[in-house]
Structure formats: C-alpha cells, structure tokens
Design a protein around this ligand. Sequence first.
Ligand code: SF4
Ligand code: SF4
Length: 184
Amino acid sequence: MTDHDTHGQAVGEKKEVKRFTSEMRFPELLYIVEIIRGLGVTLRHLLRNLLSPSSMPVISYPEERRVYGSLFRGRHYIRVREDGTPRCVACMMCATVCPARCITIVAEESPNPEIEKRPKSFTIDGLRCVMCGFCVDACPAEAIYMSGEYEMAEYAREACIWDLDFLMNRPSLKNAPPGYRPLE
Ligand code: SF4
Ligand code: SF4
C-alpha cells in the first residue's frame, strides 16, 4: 500500500511544477489584456444603461414599486364581521400548524351565544414568521388572510409583534392589494 502525504500525493512521487513564465506570453503574465477586456465589458454595460435606462433589470425603489401577483404572501390581517368583531373563533388551528411557532393566542368565551370562543389576544411575531401561508390554509373561519404589504422594516423589535388591533385595523390595508387567501 502506498503512503500518501496530507495533500493526497503519493510519497516519493515527483511533484510536477508548472512553469508559468515559459508557457504564458508577457502581456498575459501581466493580466493587462484581461483587465482591458473586463473594463470593456463594464463600459459596454454602463453606456447601454445610460442610453436606455428602461431596459435595466432593476427598479428605482422607492419611487417605483414592483407589482406582485394577486396571491402574494405579505403581512397578515384578521378579517372582521359586520359588527366590527374579529372573524377569528380562537380555534388555535393556525397556531398549531405554524412551523415558526410565532402565533400566540389567548382564547376567551364569546358573548355571542352562536360563537363559542373569541381571541382575548392574538399576536404574530413578525420577526419569526416565514410567510409560508400555512395559517391561512388552516383557518376554518377564513379569518386570517395575507395582504400585499411587503414593507415591514421597523426601528424596534417590539413594532414587529403584530397584535389583534393592528391585524384588524391598520390603515395601510385600505390601499394594499389583497394577498394570499383561499381561492374564491
Ligand atoms: S405565515 Fe407561516 S410562519 Fe407566518 S404565521 Fe402563518 S403559519 Fe406561521
Ligand atoms: S385558525 Fe383562524 S379561527 Fe382559528 S385561531 Fe387561527 S385565525 Fe382564529
């Protein structure tokens, strides 16, 4: 059995050393040709983008906004009944199915005799949510939908905990397109 060194080369084998100086021409050795060729590519793209900005594969955010599909999985919202109460019946299905364990619900008895429970508190930790949409799929009351909102940056972690009031009433929802929801 042949012994090998730490680089996998058999001990005693003569290591072949490539002599760059003898195989490369002088300009190649200095990489001048390749550098000039690379700058040429950069210049070509620069001129093309300057002369035809609309063909650039980017958008000028925030002046321009990208239009996403109608089932985009943006920030959630809780749908409300006509009397202003949440459609959520605190069944815990969404919290159970959530892979990120980021939904926390405290249930209480509903004053409406036709509804067994309602959420006393309902929070989604937006920092842990992976926007998978499983909570929407699991909800038997079609109470939780996702919106087209994708701007969710905040200055404080606390602002990323979305409570029931926020999920039901935020004004930005009026202008946001609907997002992921059960197909009608
Ligand atoms: S979208 Fe997914 S990760 Fe986010 S709250 Fe719903 S189930 Fe959990
Ligand atoms: S699955 Fe729907 S009804 Fe049940 S707790 Fe979640 S949001 Fe409320």
